[in-house]
Design a protein around this ligand. Sequence first.
Ligand SMILES: *[C@@H]1O[C@H](CO)[C@@H](O)[C@H](O)[C@H]1NC(C)=O
Ligand SMILES: *[C@@H]1O[C@H](CO)[C@@H](O)[C@H](O)[C@H]1NC(C)=O
Ligand SMILES: *[C@@H]1O[C@H](CO)[C@@H](O)[C@H](O)[C@H]1NC(C)=O
Ligand SMILES: *[C@@H]1O[C@H](CO)[C@@H](O)[C@H](O)[C@H]1NC(C)=O
Ligand SMILES: *[C@@H]1O[C@H](CO)[C@@H](O)[C@H](O)[C@H]1NC(C)=O
Ligand SMILES: *[C@@H]1O[C@H](CO)[C@@H](O)[C@H](O)[C@H]1NC(C)=O
Ligand SMILES: *[C@@H]1O[C@H](CO)[C@@H](O)[C@H](O)[C@H]1NC(C)=O
Length: 406
Amino acid sequence: MKNKQQQQQLTSNPLSFQMYLHSLIYCMLLVSGLVIGITLTFYMKEIPFNFQLKQFSMQPPPTSQPPPSAPPPPSLPQLQNFKSSNIPIYLKNNTRIGLTEYLKPPNTMHDMEDEELLWRASMVPRKRNFPFQRVPKVAFLFLTRGHLPLAPLWEKFFKGHEGFYSIYVHSQQSFNGTVPEDSVFHGRSIPSKHVEWGMFNMIEAERRLLANALLDFSNQRFVLLSESCIPLFNFTAIYTYLINSTKTFVEAYDLWGPVGRGRYSHRMKPTIMPDDWRKGSQWFEMDRDLAIEVISEHKYFRLFRRFCKPSCYSDEHYLPTLVSLRFWRKNSNRTLTRVDWSKGGPHPAMFGETNVTIELLNMMRNGTNCLYNGKSTNNCFLFARKFLPSALDRLLSFAPMVFNFN
Ligand SMILES: *[C@@H]1O[C@H](CO)[C@@H](O)[C@H](O)[C@H]1NC(C)=O
Ligand SMILES: *[C@@H]1O[C@H](CO)[C@@H](O)[C@H](O)[C@H]1NC(C)=O
Ligand SMILES: *[C@@H]1O[C@H](CO)[C@@H](O)[C@H](O)[C@H]1NC(C)=O
Ligand SMILES: *[C@@H]1O[C@H](CO)[C@@H](O)[C@H](O)[C@H]1NC(C)=O
Ligand SMILES: *[C@@H]1O[C@H](CO)[C@@H](O)[C@H](O)[C@H]1NC(C)=O
Ligand SMILES: *[C@@H]1O[C@H](CO)[C@@H](O)[C@H](O)[C@H]1NC(C)=O
Ligand SMILES: *[C@@H]1O[C@H](CO)[C@@H](O)[C@H](O)[C@H]1NC(C)=O
């Protein structure tokens, strides 16, 4: 048996040696073929080859020396930041940091894109109880074309109530006016884009304002106002009314005819049916929960962007329809911003210098009748519009008395 095996090995050995030689030659042929092929390919594409070399080779390409000022490859210096001794646990004066860094809202003039901003603003804590002292604030969102001509009135309104409000201003992107440093509006402008009144980009601007205000965890209620709006009560009265309210104030009503249901597009079916279509003023008031829903939802937002085209006016229908469909339980369906349609026409009445009287302001403060936290009240409006810049002087002289400003 043993002999037979040895014989087999002996006879098979010359054969495997031959095969080995064959494959060696084959391999060498293959390698040289590859080398020739690659060289030819690089020769044909000389420029990209040089470029690649410069990009990825650690050695200088033979043809051109790198400029002496070439930046060194990124390495250790960045890593050194992670040394544990650099992690600040306490501030220098021994104050705990805790959540302070996390809770600090970013600068109003940040560089976040809309997509980034909305994403960050949509974060919601699952825990309802705050592990820190928190004074709820009312966020005043001003959607304006340019500067705020009635700013001096608002200055008086806010004076002495720091810590209970925050202000955000979205003006036209092109607006380059400056705000005095001692103004409550100083540094409160948010990164703005071009807005056409009545067009869909107004909804985007409203969401931008809401999202910016949401980044401050203290903001609890959110009021959207225009540059022609005025307050009808003092700060304390308005603050208490809003913070205590169990309802949101997004105006919503069902209107038949061309300027109501006539603006509905059947292409919004079945998400929005004709019976779901609502109209209302774009000047809203809402709480934090609703604000987060508004900036996060995309189903209705996309439908409006596609199908609410000119002479539809998204700003008058998007929020009323969305809120009435999904959040109607908590909505009062009424607006807090009084406006006078009695003169007729497509635009509300404008109040200039001669129109502002004590009687007018008192009349505006005394709404007809409405519900507030389930009870009947005459205090139905906290704000009013549309006031022209010329109305400022008389407003300033009447406001302290009529509105109980201090
Ligand atoms: C400690 O320093 C921080 C920031 O420098 C400051 O905000 C805080 O008020 C200081 N605390 C005390 C007790 O001084
Ligand atoms: C501000 O904008 C106006 C027109 O929109 C322009 O004429 C003016 O030069 C701008 N001013 C500055 C400081 O950019
Ligand atoms: C309304 O809010 C104030 C303080 O913000 C509070 O003192 C008061 O009890 C509240 N009233 C109601 C009816 O909730
Ligand atoms: C608001 O409107 C919705 C939808 O039309 C309705 O269901 C709700 O009862 C209204 N709420 C109030 C307080 O009137
Ligand atoms: C404002 O006053 C002018 C002139 O006095 C008048 O023509 C106009 O109708 C008034 N507007 C309102 C809204 O009352
Ligand atoms: C407010 O209006 C109602 C009627 O709508 C009236 O009874 C009441 O006296 C008015 N109040 C004031 C302070 O004008
Ligand atoms: C604010 O107005 C209310 C009535 O609306 C009044 O009772 C209160 O005293 C005013 N507050 C101040 C600080 O003037």
